[in-house]
Ligand binder design. Structure first.
Ligand code: G3H
Ligand code: 13P
Ligand code: ZN
Length: 311
């Protein structure tokens, strides 16, 4: 099966009350951990690549690894640019074989966001590629840019019909209280998502796929494992899994997860070195890291996304 766009995936997810996992990939072990989990759970997948990932691993290496995963698993897989910050990077990914791109114009004025998003949609659709836009601004760290909580803003439901109508985007990322990175809520804070905004967006855009970024749960076992093995991560609280499950049953068709993958990998590597300080063969510490990612992704597919058995 060739790479697919997310069109069919989102249609089924919307109707079926589940969401597709969009997992960030940066190297072979991460791609294998995710895709082996999806194969065992028979789940459709979005593998997403940030500008930072392209810089780290190079476009062609990631593309070839994803093609290998496609051949190995036979699953429907969509390859997506995460947080494209302008037309050029979107065009480069479309020309380089991605089936989906995100143009993140959320840092621009509303009119400039419409303008750049429309430009990307015209090019992408002419090449059979789908586009995710964003309205509202999440807090947290993305591509080394830290958006403070004060600069973050919830999506304004009054803008969504105009934005989707004028740009022609295929899906829309909205800000309802999730945030990027491993420090979403401080200890003592109660995580809260604005389901009222999500419901209003859903009412204004019936049948239209919505995307949630910043949806890692910051799994406490991994933070504890990191700190029990020489790490120094402050305690943090992520997005509770039951809230994400609730979102997945609504118009939310794509849920983005990166930080939990990073924590899973780092926790395993730290534990391994603590237990085997004499090891120096990368396969010795990357094998358990890949297994830990696989276990995490299976848990997400079944408990959070509900996309198991839907490939
Ligand atoms: O939202 C951002 C993703 O976690 C990707 O992070 O730009 O550091 O690769 P990155
Ligand atoms: P997390 O940092 O919560 O994993 O969010 C990832 C994300 O939104 C990628 O676009
Ligand atoms: Zn994001």
């Amino acid at each position: 099966m060739p790479l697919v766009t997310s069109t069919e995936m989102f249609k089924k997810a919307y109707e079926g009350g589940y969401a597709i996992g969009a997992f960030n990939v940066n190297n072979m072990e991460i791609i294998q951990g995710i895709t082996e989990a999806a194969k065992e759970e028979n789940a459709p997948l979005i593998l997403q690549v940030s500008a930072g990932a392209r810089k780290y691993a190079k476009h062609v290496y990631l593309m070839k690894l994803i093609e290998a995963a496609l051949e190995d698993t036979g699953l429907p897989i969509c390859v997506h640019l995460d947080h494209g910050d302008g037309f050029d990077v979107c065009k480069s990914c479309i020309d380089g074989g991605f089936t989906s791109v995100m143009i993140d114009g959320s840092h621009h004025s509303y009119e400039d966001n419409v303008k750049v998003t429309k430009q990307v949609v015209e090019y992408a659709h002419a090449h059979g590629v789908v586009v995710e836009g964003e309205l509202g601004r999440l807090a947290g760290i993305e591509d080394a840019v830290n958006v403070s909580a004060e600069d973050a803003s919830y999506t304004n439901p009054d803008q969504v019909e105009d934005f989707v109508g004028r740009t022609g985007v295929d899906s829309l990322a909205i800000a309802i209280g999730t945030s990027h990175g491993a420090y979403k809520f401080k200890p003592g804070q109660t995580p809260r998502l604005r389901f009222d905004i999500l419901e209003e967006v859903e009412r204004r855009l019936p049948g239209f796929p919505i995307v949630l970024h910043g949806a890692s749960s910051v799994i406490p076992e991994f933070v504890q494992m990191i700190n029990a093995n020489g790490g120094k991560m402050p305690d943090a609280i992520g997005i509770p899994e039951d809230m994400l499950r609730q979102a997945a049953k609504s118009a939310v068709c794509k849920i983005n997860i990166d930080s939990d993958l990073r924590l899973a990998m780092t926790a395993s590597v730290r534990k391994h070195f603590n237990e085997h300080p004499d090891h120096f063969d990368p396969r010795q510490y990357l094998s358990p890291a890949r297994e830990n990612i696989k276990g995490l992704v299976k848990r997400k597919l079944v408990n959070v996304l509900g996309s198991n058995g839907k490939a």
